[in-house]
Ligand binder design. Structure first.
Ligand code: G3P
Ligand code: CA
Length: 254
């Protein structure tokens, strides 16, 4: 109760579908987000990066091979080429026509369905500030006319989040952390972050309390076990990012 009084309102749900639908559909595709919605999820995490000509789109890896029928580094290819790729067939023939989505296409789905988003900014090497600026500016523009809460921008890159803060101040930010180490709260505060997203094994009630003292919410990635989810809920976290959307979440764990 103390936490809710100390922090500004939080518009996002507890459960967040990782890369859309985790393992049930091809990650970071519109099909994946639709599967999550059908299972009762109201929010999804996804990975945003830039094409060679600066178009923000969804892809986790730096390279195209694992999740598309393309080859090579995505950051070296123009969007016009990647728009032709298939991003679903690797997961199953029922997804054989699934394209790589642009951030604009994702915004269209959010407008249509009310889906809330956590957009993880994934810059290429030496491209942190440019990726943060372009992706955040585009997200702010796209979501300005969408009635759902704004997308939560997160990143491991402090530089990308600083650019997001400077160029898209209306969008909330969260610093991604693999572990809790010296200065984590100072770094988040300097970014004007509303939250930290921490690897789940590094989170306990003491970490949540320390975050609260700095005005920060705590989200955890990637939580796929029920006992671990309950431990983190008891510790007071505000968000659980999961792959296990058929086993955990709004329907399975009330
Ligand atoms: O948002 C946290 C989590 O998604 C980071 O890991 O590799 O799945 O992007 P990764
Ligand atoms: Ca991610």
């Amino acid at each position: 109760m103390r936490r809710m009084e100390a922090l500004p309102p939080w518009p996002y749900p507890l459960w967040i579908a990782h890369r859309g639908a985790g393992k049930l559909a091809p990650e970071n595709t519109l099909a994946a987000f639709r599967v999550g919605l059908a299972l009762g999820y109201q929010m999804a995490e996804c990975d945003v990066t830039l094409s060679g000509d600066g178009v923000p789109f969804l892809l986790h890896d730096a390279r195209l091979e694992r999740t598309t029928n393309g080859f090579g580094l995505a950051r070296l290819q123009p969007w016009s080429a990647m728009a032709q790729l298939n991003a679903g067939r690797w997961h199953g023939t029922e997804f054989a026509t699934e394209p790589l989505p642009t951030l604009a296409a994702l915004a269209g789905l959010a407008r249509e369905t009310g889906l809330m988003l956590n957009l993880e900014l994934k810059p290429g090497p030496e491209d942190d500030a440019r990726c943060g600026r372009i992706a955040a500016t585009e997200a702010q523009r796209l979501w300005a006319s969408i009635e759902t809460p704004p997308p939560l921008l997160s990143s491991f890159s402090i530089e990308a989040l600083a650019a997001a803060r400077d160029h898209a101040p209306a969008l909330p930010r969260a610093l991604l952390l693999e572990r809790v180490s010296d200065g984590w709260r100072d770094a988040a505060r300097e970014l004007g972050a509303v939250a930290v997203v921490i690897e789940h094994r590094a989170v306990d009630a003491e970490v949540v309390l320390q975050a609260l003292e700095s005005g920060l919410r705590v989200l955890c990635y990637t939580v796929n076990g029920e006992a671990e989810a309950r431990r983190l809920e008891d510790a007071g976290v505000d968000g659980l990012i999961t792959d296990a959307i058929d086993r955990l979440g709004p329907q399975a764990l009330p």
